[in-house]
Write a protein of this length. Structure first.
Length: 63
């Protein structure tokens, strides 16, 4: 069994899309909503950043 002891333990995901939510408490659901809202904000910021880069590139090549 020593073979399995050396394997790194996988960190549980904060949230997995489509997973069964019926076993989670109200507090756990609230925490996950916060995590997902934070991720949405991060994604929107990256999208905005990429949009600004695209706009700058388009302006450069229009000259």
């Amino acid at each position: 069994m020593a073979l399995f002891d050396d394997e790194p333990k996988k960190k549980p995901k904060a949230h997995e899309i489509g997973q069964d939510l019926s076993l989670l408490s109200v507090a756990e659901l609230t925490d996950r909503i916060g995590i997902l809202r934070g991720e949405i904000e991060r994604l929107e910021a990256e999208l905005k950043s990429k949009g600004a880069t695209k706009t700058a590139a388009e302006a450069l090549f229009r000259r």
